[in-house]
Design a protein around this ligand. Structure first.
Ligand code: GLU
Length: 469
């Protein structure tokens, strides 16, 4: 059997953390078994589905690297097919027209509630021989078996048994003929030969209904795996209240996709106490039955820690590609020099996010228009004039312009003036970077180049003169 999994988002918002994790689990399972991963857009709710949302989902999946083998298939393009199946179900006696008015159903519901019964359709139109009037509006209901049980052998939850007596005859087509969720999912999962349905456990109650419809169509149901939900730090279902829940928001905040992927895979799945997984390792080690049965909690600090890990340990060229996005957001063109990947190497150890890294690296590419106030007050004062002037002189004559020689020069200026290294290096740092933090001073100067270093020292000397003049 070739494994075929799917991700079936409803395009009513961005790709969120929970959806992305479900997609990742489905994707991993397909990859692990050399199967196919299908993307299906469940856009039948015409009022809530938007093109922007479809794009946001596609963009999120691309950014995460969850490439699909088939699709995207759009349910709105398959209405004819759903109609064929609805007709077929009516034809075979598995579905029937229901003419019950809103008012009747409302009354039924109220009565049931008053009797403390679970509200459900009472089967009034099940065996109706003729319509109440020739042009009476109707919906189509599935004739759910009234006896027996539906057994779901869920790969995560284990065996879950539903009594058919608990399930009522659900609507599969509305008055306007449009199909409902449970019908479209069943038709698609069957037409697309889906073997494993991995989805949020908020759908578990739909599963016995879907299985009954599949059986009525003579189709063997797929295997189901219902993934427990994600909670925020307060134990409530993860939502916007807990911070960013949109995948692309994490991109904006300076996360690398592999950090998010690694975070998501561990959110409810584990392999011993291993925390760091490359995608290849995930594919090799992941298995659905190892997903926790219990809900998992979202932990932003751990995600940040993973991000830092990947910033530190990834190929600088790769980090540079993602970093350039953040430069463009700051309206900075990281060209022509220094090479962005060299800046990454210089900053890798100290940045937790790419936003931080970009902000702390802007000075490599943009002239200094003002100093960090506190840093200037502390370091660009009259007593810094002499060491800066001396550095200007010595660095101007330095040959070749390389890290070690720069390092030596800064130390020698300190020794010559009998100053601690900090008294020399820190004013220099503020002069060339505008603020109190930068990579080691020799690296910073080397990357900045001689010309800009000297110009910035001149600028700082003028600043000092203006302040004390
Ligand atoms: N479209 C459904 C949702 O976004 C998912 C349906 C399914 O996976 O079966 O919740």
């Amino acid at each position: 059997m070739t494994v075929r999994t799917r991700f079936a988002p409803s395009p009513t918002g961005f790709l969120h953390i929970g959806g992305a994790r479900t997609a990742l689990f489905s994707w991993l399972y397909a990859r692990k078994h050399g199967g196919s991963f299908v993307l299906r857009i469940e856009d039948t709710d015409l009022e809530r589905s938007t093109k922007e949302s479809v794009n946001a989902i596609l963009e999120g999946m691309t950014w995460l690297g969850l490439e699909y083998d088939e699709g995207p298939f759009y349910q709105t393009e398959r209405f004819d097919r759903y109609k064929v199946i609805v007709d077929q179900l009516i034809e075979s006696g598995h579905a029937y027209k229901c003419y019950c008015s809103k008012e009747r159903l409302e009354q039924l519901r109220e009565d049931q509630m008053a009797r403390k019964e679970k509200p459900r359709y009472d089967g009034h139109c099940r065996d109706l021989s003729s319509p109440p009037s020739p042009d009476a509006p109707y919906v189509i209901r599935f004739r759910n078996p009234q006896e027996g049980q539906v057994v779901v052998d869920d790969l995560i939850r284990g065996r879950v048994v539903f009594n058919n007596s608990e399930l009522d005859d659900l609507i599969i087509a509305r008055t306007d003929g449009s199909p409902t969720y449970n019908l479209t999912v069943v038709v698609d999962d069957s037409d697309m030969d889906i073997t494993h349905v991995v989805r949020g456990d908020d759908h578990l109650n739909n599963t016995p209904r879907q299985i009954n419809i599949l059986r009525a169509l003579g189709v063997e149901p797929p295997v189901y795996a219902h993934v427990p939900m994600i909670l925020g730090h307060d134990g409530k279902r993860l939502s916007k209240r807990h911070g960013a829940v949109s995948v692309m928001q994490y991109r904006e905040e300076g996360y690398l996709p592999e950090a998010l992927i690694n975070y998501l895979v561990r959110l409810g799945w584990s392999h011993g106490d291993q925390e760091i997984f490359s995608v290849e390792e995930m594919i090799e080690l992941f298995d659905i039955p190892d997903i926790n049965k219990a809900a998992s909690s979202f932990n932003p600090e751990k995600l940040l820690w993973l991000n830092q890990h990947y910033i530190k340990s990834s190929d600088p060229q790769h980090v540079a590609r993602h970093l350039s996005y953040h430069f463009s957001k700051l309206d900075v063109d990281p060209a022509p020099a220094p090479e962005l990947s060299q800046v990454v190497v210089a900053q890798q150890e100290r940045a937790r996010t790419l936003v931080e890294m970009a902000q702390n690296s802007v000075f490599f590419y943009r002239d200094i228009e003002g100093y960090d106030e506190k840093a200037a007050k502390k370091n660009l004062k009259a007593e810094a004039r002499e060491p800066l002037a001396k550095l200007r002189e010595r660095l101007g004559a330095l040959e070749p312009w390389e890290q070690e020689a720069i390092h030596r020069t800064v130390s020698e200026v300190g020794e010559a003036l009998d100053l601690k290294l900090g008294k020399v290096a820190q004013p220099l740092r503020v002069a060339v970077s505008g603020g109190p933090v930068s990579p080691p001073i020799d690296v910073t100067l080397y990357l900045l180049g001689r010309e800009r270093t000297l110009a910035r020292i001149d600028q700082a000397l003028e600043y000092i003169d203006r302040q004390s003049g």
